[in-house]
Design a protein around this ligand. Structure first.
Ligand SMILES: C[S@@+](CC[C@H](N)C(=O)[O-])C[C@H]1O[C@@H](n2cnc3c(N)ncnc32)[C@H](O)[C@@H]1O
Length: 257
């Protein structure tokens, strides 16, 4: 792993993504529960949420009665997740760790990886070790769910157009300057983000850099098959359907062990 990610930026993650956390996560978990019930070939009780960040989806799963473990490479994100679980009054275990080196063996009925986190695997080796670790962590009949952007819908990233947006929350106001450029051959995504944070009358600039890689639906399925998964599908935009969609903004890999 290159430079440390999600450090100073962690503190502002929940403000920047408040819309995702408050409005999208409950729907994301509705979909997840549907997959647990309709696709998994076993009862789902124990869930490992890899790259769990500040624990939005992990805590929502715990609220719905699942026994959850969240794993994230960023100590700062995990610290926030633990604090949030306590204030939400739910039981959730959070650990600091790398999704490419998952140490659990046959402990879980499901593994989840939400909100483009699977795309932090930039090399074939990274992706394969993540998928193999997930496979080993699952009990037979368990499922892996990961959502990713569809590279065939990434026109803006291909054009490399900068985007500026703003969020205001209580006494914090953040201007977000994003430059996201995706390679047409490598599918590598160079994501440069600068936060201009106005808080308590002070203005601070926080630069942040993320390197990701886009995967097509077929590539996601191929890596899952190489890792040993038998039943591998891709859903579009969080809809459980019998037929693979013709088009979708978000791809959701669902792989059963
Ligand atoms: C976009 S956030 C998503 C967080 C969370 N899943 C959510 O839905 O809010 C991506 C997260 O991936 C984590 N991450 C990136 N690379 C990782 C790795 N190799 N192992 C574990 N976590 C990683 C980052 O620290 C960050 O918290």
């Amino acid at each position: 792993m290159g430079p440390q990610i999600y450090t100073r930026y962690a503190k502002y993650y929940d403000v920047i993504y408040s819309d995702y956390l408050e409005r999208s996560v409950p729907k994301l978990i509705d979909f997840t529960v549907k997959v647990f019930k309709e696709v998994a070939r076993r009862d789902v009780r124990d869930v490992l949420d890899i790259a769990c960040g500040t624990g939005g989806p992990t805590i929502e799963l715990a609220r719905r009665g699942y026994r959850v473990v969240g794993l994230d490479i960023s100590r700062d994100m995990v610290r926030i997740a633990r604090r949030k679980a306590v204030s939400a009054g739910v039981r959730a275990v959070f650990k600091v760790g790398d999704m490419r080196r998952i140490r659990f063996r046959r402990c879980f009925d499901a593994v989840t990886c939400f909100f483009t986190s699977i795309n932090y695997n930039v090399s074939d080796d990274d992706m394969l070790s993540t998928m193999k670790g997930v496979f080993r962590a699952l009990r037979d009949g368990g499922v892996f769910i990961a959502d990713a952007p569809n590279p065939y819908r990434a026109e803006r990233w291909l054009r490399g157009e900068p985007v500026v947006w703003r969020v205001d929350h209580d006494d914090v106001s953040i201007l977000i300057l994003d430059s996201v450029v995706m390679g047409r051959v490598s599918a590598l995504i160079e994501w440069e983000r600068t936060l201009v944070v106005k808080e308590g009358g002070r203005v601070t600039m926080i630069p942040d850099y993320h390197r990701l890689r886009a995967y097509s639906a077929n590539e996601l399925k191929l890596f899952a098959k190489l890792a040993g998964f038998s039943d591998v599908r891709v859903y579009g935009d969080f809809r459980v359907e019998d037929v693979e969609p013709r088009d979708a903004r978000r791809l959701v890999l669902v792989a059963t062990r």
